[in-house]
Design a protein around this ligand. Sequence first.
Ligand SMILES: Cc1cc2nc3c(=O)[nH]c(=O)nc-3n(C[C@H](O)[C@H](O)[C@H](O)COP(=O)(O)OP(=O)(O)OC[C@H]3O[C@@H](n4cnc5c(N)ncnc54)[C@H](O)[C@@H]3O)c2cc1C
Length: 409
Amino acid sequence: MQDVLVIGAGPAGLSLVAALAEAGLAVQGLALANPAHPWPNTYGIWVDELEDLGLVTFLEHRWKDCVVHVNSATLPLHREYGLLSKDRLQTHWLSQGNKHQVTWHQGKAEQIEHFSTHAQVTTETGKTLTARLVIDASGHQSAFVRRPAAPDLAFQAAYGIVGRFSEPPTQPHQMVLMDYRDDHLTPAQRQEPPTFLYAMDLGDGVYFVEETSLAHHPAISMQALSQRLHQRLRYRGIEVKEIHHVERCLFPMNQSLPDFAQPVVGFGGAASMVHPATGYMVGALLRRGPGLAKAIATSLGTQDTTPTQAAGQAWQALWPADRVRKHYLYLFGLENLMDFDTPQLHQFFATFFGLPTDDWAGFLADSRSLPEVVQAMVGLFGRAPNSVRWGLMRSVFSHGHLLGRTLMS
Ligand SMILES: Cc1cc2nc3c(=O)[nH]c(=O)nc-3n(C[C@H](O)[C@H](O)[C@H](O)COP(=O)(O)OP(=O)(O)OC[C@H]3O[C@@H](n4cnc5c(N)ncnc54)[C@H](O)[C@@H]3O)c2cc1C
């Protein structure tokens, strides 16, 4: 019998299959389509996150000139950003798996049954697959990972176009992380939830422009985002000349953490790994996958470990207590961002990106310890204007339970 079956062939599934195979386990994968089928999304990441992992060769674009437009100013970020080469990354992970005889099956997982020695997955066509442990990497809408329902699920939503334009939508060779300028909106529109432009120069006269809602409950509609993107471009005198690709982005930011006492293990969107205050997740997959794979190899390699015990140890490796505490702090951050009005949001981001780079970078990448993140947040409070401080203090009353989980869980 195989050791592990992974459901899903997105970045979470493919990266974990490769890591599990490298850790010496017999692995099989189950995907809706051929696992080499191109991923639909565009994945951005900070270059230093990949440098730390020795994976910079998997970038297809890099920008040294990265800015945010907030508070009527353009702030240079002094940090390099990149777009992943999805083809190269997929090929790399698939060939790592092939090297270790990973088998891929095609089909939709419909049911998982758990037995004392193994689990059995049944697909919608009735095919059955067995393994000692099943990992669900089927994304944010996972049907198999149990978790408490989140009462007010907030979504990141974005509508983007890759194409050619009558005028460059960014400065040459530039990446705009957030352009929160709203002078193109009517006074009534300015009262609506704010959205920002994420944009980059892809070279050869091609640009990616995306109108983004960082987080909102309920989700901002694609129609509203598309309308805002075109309004923003028109106001700047920019016409869309050619559309090469349209990206529609929608995923939950504050999904509850899974129940860690269940026999199915999750990874990626299925395991609530998206950073609740930013929406980024790929860096977390790359950093946390190999550790999870090693923990699974160790527990399955220990005599008499039952699948349920192995699953419990895997969840602990993925979500140790310290990481759970930080997660609640980021959720608190998300609630603040959603509660700020537009001027507060501008002032908050101007203060945030004015912190020492290591502080804001560590918060975004979730690469610092809880005390370090807390210290950076205290620094932010000290530097912030009164309106932002007031917003943060108000949040302590309305969302203090999240801070409580940070300090006590
Ligand atoms: C448009 C978009 C842009 C994003 N951009 C970024 C970014 O720039 N940087 C970043 O860090 N994060 C980004 N994210 C957030 C996050 O990294 C992505 O959502 C990421 O794709 C999640 O990876 P995943 O493998 O968990 O899920 P998915 O990518 O959704 O992959 C899940 C896979 O499981 C398969 N599947 C589902 N159900 C079943 C089933 N029952 N049986 C078999 N297979 C199944 C699906 O077909 C799919 O292949 C973005 C998200 C979106 C939607």
